[in-house]
Write a protein that binds this ligand. Structure first.
Ligand code: PEP
Ligand code: MG
Length: 579
């Protein structure tokens, strides 16, 4: 049994067989076999090892020809290890004694070897772990042959264990069969974490080398609430977590009872709870979960899920679908926010050294006006179908906002000439997610109908911490006083300028921050659909007076840690079960 601590990315408990994506991309079930099948499994093992050994010998010969004998020595170890009779004997024993399939037994043994190697201090020996991965993959490929599972067509429920998922991979999964995610890298606001929350699937990120600790098919527990993963748990641990799972389920049921109740504080102030969505179909779920509209539609996921640039018609159809699902409630469509960690194969993104500071999002759009105009046409056409609002992301300067608005005005003119219906007075807003935009929010407030504070990026840019890098995840703190002062600045500017202000970063969906955000003056929060009920419970359990006291106190702290400790204490008083 191995227990690993990572960062909680999406709450809940999941227990199931692992599908390890990085090493083998195969689903290896831990299925006991009939004792009569033991000889056949051993034969399959021998054949696979022999084929893998031949492959390595060929590779070595080819490397020797192309790169010289010396370089080809990198395969010495491969060859030696795959032909090692001790390895074979260990696997055969597991097959014979435990009646496991050859694939499962081999995977188990290889993981055991890899663990042993990683513990060695000698860097040369440590490096050999990679060779072991390679051998494992080769042999498994031959044992499983065509029985490999296609990850987009899963047929049984699994826990995905991976180094990371690309956004397009994550949206292409057959979600019915995904119980949970265990991911090596990332942070709380990395896109894999956001997707897991959108899907409502328990997930833990920043687990380090989790793919080498788990064998495909092995049972894994994901405790998304506490950021813990247990591989190969014993019976007692499974039972403990099953109890947690039941408790979490009961909590969810209790929250479901709040669905149709208003989000009103004790002192009668109504808070508008909206949903963040990544896919059009999610708008329906959001409404079912009690959201009052869509506060952020991340349209870039439509691009990420397509191999080619979607046409105007395809985009329009998808946006229309989202608007229809929203049932006349507002839908804030954000123009595509591609780049940084959301890359699309079909687009020519040059590799920036520093992608989060590079040609991404609106900056990219403003340099690729043809594509941007098609996108805006599709969005504008969808405005005729319901209460649509348009929002521009990643703005740092007034010029960018004005260029974006001018482009939108051009597209409106074109549509008018063509007599294509759309709403001329569609409200236009912008994300405040750079410190520059936050500091000049009073200027921006004169140019738009609404501001939406994106604390995910605002935290990243204010603290100069990559939001998706697990090595600096401990420094990524939206409750840092510097970030909070910027949030307060934006709320004040919006009030003065008489424009609506929303907060749509991940902190909006975390009950820990609800009192603080209300105390700072926010009355609109946008979050993953699944978080709406919990935040509603928090809103209904407090008063604005108390929230303002919390905010006053928090703003006097100098360090993020003080803020966090204080907020934990306050939130625990209201919702002890969540903290
Ligand atoms: C944000 O940056 O806070 C935000 C909501 O946008 P995204 O997470 O899509 O960058
Ligand atoms: Mg952002």
């Amino acid at each position: 049994m191995i227990r690993k601590k990572g960062i909680s990315a999406s709450p809940g408990v999941a227990i199931g067989p692992a599908l390890v994506l990085d090493t083998e991309e195969y689903l290896i079930p831990r299925r006991p076999i009939d004792p009569a099948q033991v000889p056949a499994q051993i034969q399959a093992l021998d054949a696979a090892i022999e084929t893998a050994r031949q492959e390595v010998a060929e590779l070595r010969a080819s490397a020797a020809r192309k790169l010289g004998e010396k370089t080809s020595a990198i395969f010495n170890y491969h060859e030696m290890f795959s032909a090692d009779p001790k390895l074979r004997a260990a696997v055969v024993t597991v097959i014979q004694e435990h009646h496991y399939t050859a694939a499962y037994a081999f995977g188990q043994e290889m993981k055991r070897q890899q663990r042993k190697f990683r513990e060695v201090v000698d860097p040369y020996v440590k490096e050999r772990v990679r060779d072991l991965f390679d051998i494992e993959r080769r042999v498994l490929r031959h044992i499983l042959g065509r029985a490999r599972e296609d990850i987009t067509r899963l047929t049984e429920p699994v826990i995905i264990v991976a180094h990371d998922l690309t956004p397009s991979q994550a949206v292409s999964f057959n979600r019915e069969h995904i119980l949970g995610f265990a991911i090596s890298v990332g942070g709380q606001t990395s896109h894999t974490a956001i997707i897991a929350r959108m899907l409502g699937i328990p997930a833990v990120v920043a687990l380090g080398d989790v793919t080498s600790d788990v064998t495909g098919g092995e049972t894994v527990i994901i405790d998304g609430t506490h950021g813990v993963v247990v591989a190969n748990p014993d019976h007692e641990t499974i039972e403990d977590y099953r109890a947690d799972q039941r408790e979490y389920h009961a909590f969810e049921m209790e929250l479901a009872g709040l669905r149709d109740l208003p989000a009103v504080t004790h002192d009668g102030v109504t808070v508008s709870l909206l949903a963040n969505i990544e896919l059009a179909s999610e708008a329906r779920t959001a409404m079912e979960l009690g959201a009052e509209g869509i506060g952020l539609y991340r349209t870039e996921f439509l691009f990420l899920a397509s191999e080619r640039l979607p046409t105007e018609e395809q985009q329009y159809e998808v946006f229309r679908e989202a608007v229809q699902h929203a049932n006349s409630k507002p839908v804030v469509i954000r123009t595509m926010d591609l780049g940084a960690d959301k890359m699309m194969d079909g687009l020519e993104f040059q590799h920036d050294h520093n992608p989060a500071l590079g040609l991404r999002s609106l900056r990219y759009c403003l340099q690729h006006l043809d594509m941007f105009k098609i996108h805006l046409r599709a969005i504008l056409r969808a405005t005729a179908e319901g209460d649509v609002r348009i929002m521009f992301p990643m703005i740092a300067t007034l010029t960018e906002l004005r260029q974006a608005k001018a482009t939108l005005a051009d597209v409106m003119e074109d549509l008018e000439e063509e007599r294509v219906p759309f709403r001329r007075d569609v409200p236009i807003g912008m994300m405040v997610e750079t410190p520059a935009a936050a500091m000049l929010s009073s200027v921006f407030a004169r140019e738009v109908s609404f501001l939406s504070i994106g604390t995910n990026d605002l935290t990243q840019y204010t603290l100069a911490v990559d939001r998706a890098n697990e090595r600096v995840a401990h420094l990524y703190t939206p409750h840092n006083p510097a970030v909070l002062k910027l949030v307060r600045e934006v709320v004040r500017a919006a009030r003065k300028g008489k424009v609506t202000v929303n907060l749509c970063g991940e902190m909006a969906g975390q009950p820990l921050y609800t009192q603080l955000l209300l105390g700072l003056g926010l009355r609109q929060l946008s979050m993953a659909p699944k978080d709406v009920a919990e935040i509603k419970k928090m809103v209904r359990s407090t008063s604005i007076e108390d929230c303002e006291a919390v905010a006053r106190k928090v703003l006097r702290f100098d360090a993020g840690r003080q803020v966090l400790n204080f907020l934990r204490g306050e939130a625990r008083k209201i919702m002890p079960e969540a903290f």
